[in-house]
Design a protein around this ligand. Structure first.
Ligand code: KIV
Length: 295
């Protein structure tokens, strides 16, 4: 490997984002910026450009491991990727996602697994999916000193129960359930809540009624901040793009072009050129040839 990008702490110092920073932004009406990251180089860039929150999302199951859902993601995967992101992003507030079945079985297991993300990976907080049914678990984790972000609306770990990846909260009873869930999560001690794929109006109601920061992925512009899966934002994959995604680059095309060029240049012996090759001094080369002849 020839290059190594310095983490932001060394290349451009900025103040560490804390829960206090997030509450201050909500109070001032300043939007909170939030992206996923799963590896060190991406984390370095996100921290460098000043992203407030970085989620090591269980979406890494799809984005990094090629699974067709988040369900096969394990605690060991989350810990390892969170460690890499933490190393690359010392200043952003890094959140480790709690994978499927790491917090649903018992409060004790939930606390132990949240603790692993804090202790082994050094994250600043954890995220878990679910509404009022998660209150006891959230209370136990926060009692252990771990900040918890809630996640309601379209919750991918329950995709089978929800009948697919569909927008949620589109009728009165479903919207009321989300509003009640958000209140219950706040009262249980969550420091923030992520709303996924719900109508913007419902996102607005929840944001206005909450004293904690409300983040959106497909929950409209009135929330306190926005998150995107970084692979979506960068256009890493071809194919279907969810309604709430905006692609800020087309990495898929750019990487394909670059790698095709690399393949052609190797095949046509254009790469490596003389500038990529090490040299031996002429007299050493002459001696080497002589030594070979005398062998
Ligand atoms: O895992 C993830 O990437 C998420 C997104 C909804 C932000 O939870």
């Amino acid at each position: 490997m020839s290059t190594w990008t310095k983490p932001a702490k060394e290349s451009s110092p900025r103040k560490k984002v804390t829960i206090h920073t997030l509450f201050e932004k909500k109070a001032k009406g300043e939007k909170i910026t939030f992206l996923t990251a799963y590896d060190y180089p991406t984390a370095v860039i996100e921290d460098k450009v000043g992203i407030d929150l970085i989620l090591v999302g269980d979406s890494l199951g799809m984005c990094v491991y090629g699974f067709d859902s988040t369900l096969p993601v394990t605690m060991d995967m989350m810990v390892n990727h969170s460690k890499a992101v933490r190393k690359g992003a010392p200043n952003s507030f890094v959140i480790g996602d709690m994978p499927y079945m790491s917090y649903q079985i018992s409060t004790e297991e939930a606390v132990r697994n949240a603790g692993r993300l804090m202790q082994e990976a050094g994250v600043d907080g954890v995220k878990l999916e679910g509404g009022v049914e998660m209150v006891d678990i959230i209370k136990a984790i926060t009692r252990a000193g771990v900040p918890v972000m809630g996640h309601i609306g379209l919750t991918p770990q329950s995709v089978s129960m929800l009948g697919g990846f569909k927008a949620q909260g589109r009728d009165v009873s479903a919207a009321l359930k989300l509003i009640d869930d958000a209140k219950a999560l706040e009262e249980a001690g969550c420091f923030a809540i992520l709303l996924e794929a719900i109508p913007a109006e419902v996102g607005q109601i929840i944001t206005e009624r909450s004293n904690i920061p409300i983040l959106s992925i497909g929950a409209g512009q009135y929330c306190d901040g926005q998150v995107l899966v970084v692979h979506d934002a960068l256009g890493f994959f071809g194919g279907h793009v969810a309604k709430f995604v905006k692609q800020y680059a087309n990495m898929n095309e750019q990487i394909e072009e670059a790698l095709t060029k690399y393949k052609e240049e190797v095949e046509q012996v254009i790469f490596p050129g003389p500038e990529h090759c090490y040299k031996i001094k002429e007299d050493e080369l002459a001696k080497l040839k002589e030594a070979l002849e005398n062998r």
